[in-house]
Design a protein around this ligand. Sequence first.
Ligand code: FES
Length: 123
Amino acid sequence: MKPGKDPAAAAAPGRTVLCRLADVADGGSNGFAVHWRGELLRFMILRRNDHVFVYANRCPHKGLPLDFTPGRFLDHAKTHILCTNHGAVFRIEDGFCVSGPCAGKSLRRPATEVRNGTVYLVD
Ligand code: FES
């Protein structure tokens, strides 16, 4: 996990850099910690072509980070997000938990924007 860095983004009002799009392999995932709204927060990002899905890296079950191996959030088939703590499984497209101890709950999803190859959190 590494903090996002982009000096140019500091000037963008209401935007905080999460990462570069190139920091996430197509079809893969990665994790980042950034200062946002006065706190150091962890996020996961999953990429499908130029589309990204960003969620707080905090499981609705126990509030723990989902990735035992930093940046690895997907199951073996790479079709769902997997919490490695107790096996909760979430849909990539909306963060809804389809099985496990927090079934029916969802990952928190911040507003995001991708511009010029940079992924931003939007206030
Ligand atoms: S902390 Fe994620 S399933 Fe328990």
